[in-house]
Ligand binder design. Sequence first.
Ligand code: IPM
Ligand code: MG
Length: 367
Amino acid sequence: MRRLLILPGDGIGPEVVDQVLRIIDWLRRRRNIEFDVVNGLVGGAAFEATGSPLPDETLADALDCDAVLFGAVGGPQWENLDFSSRPERGLLGLRKELGLFANLRPARVYDALADASTLRGDLVAGLDIVIVRELTGGIYFGEPRGVETLPEGDRRGINTEVYSSDEIRRIARVAFELARGRRGLVHSIDKANVLESSELWRQEVQALRDTDYPELELKHMYVDNAAMQLVREPKQFDVIVTTNMFGDILSDLAAMLTGSLGMLPSASLGEATGMGGRRGLYEPVHGSAPDIAGCGIANPIAQISSFAMLLRYSFQLDEDADLIDSAIQTVLAGGLRTADIMRAGKAKVSTTVMGDSILRGLDNLAA
Ligand code: IPM
Ligand code: MG
């Protein structure tokens, strides 16, 4: 049985996750696909109930499951908590404890939404790139870290960018494997003109390409140039592989190219599991959006396509993932929009109505 942990979290998380629950039910009725679903607490909701943003029970359930569907965490009421109690720690803790070293962040422009970007339509029409971000290493986790007080009373804050060749090779391999099924082009992003860790990064990525993936094209780019190139000519990219910190920054940039943050899914993957898939955590790129939480207007598409990625990467249910992706495209082509992607001449719908329509789209496709 496929074991699935659902962690709705805070803000709009529970509202958008509800729409996925309806799709899980649809898969059981119409496609005979069953999940063993476990529900858990994470983030601010978990802090309120247990005093920890990542309760032991949640972590144990996560370790026990094949995949985690994650909503969003955070909100203004928890912003002044100590670092270790903040909702975000729930997410960072899961990434680290589950060994989810590979973060896949696709930035795709849906045809129906090409005019939603802040860039000219011709620059982004048909855009389809994936950022592969290293997620359990680098400066996010490197030691030493902390804030220390020097003898004269001055204070000093320290974080460390550190990568081993094994860590670099395993993330590069994910990017190369992905590129094989796409345009066959990988850009590796670093700061090798300044940082030794980046120099090693560049050497290791190149060596792996030369030995194992000679048929793929690999280009190296400094991160500052990459930021500029992403805005100048985004379609020159196919797969981008980079460090934890650079990936954090560039993936927000890439997300905005599509003009619809409410649409973008992500997958955080670990090593392969016995089922042939990878253990993974799947979450929308958008956050908990506390300003609209409870209003019933959030866009559920990023959460639903995160679930499609879950079917694809953790359970090899590609056909079902394709069905969901097609249903989303059909609904958008039909002119339905949640508030975040609303344009003149389109029909504004609520979270639930968007969910209804995607289910109807699935019914039609599966008929
Ligand atoms: C992201 C977020 C997280 C990160 C925060 C919430 C810790 O910005 O997933 O990109 O920096 O990784
Ligand atoms: Mg980020």
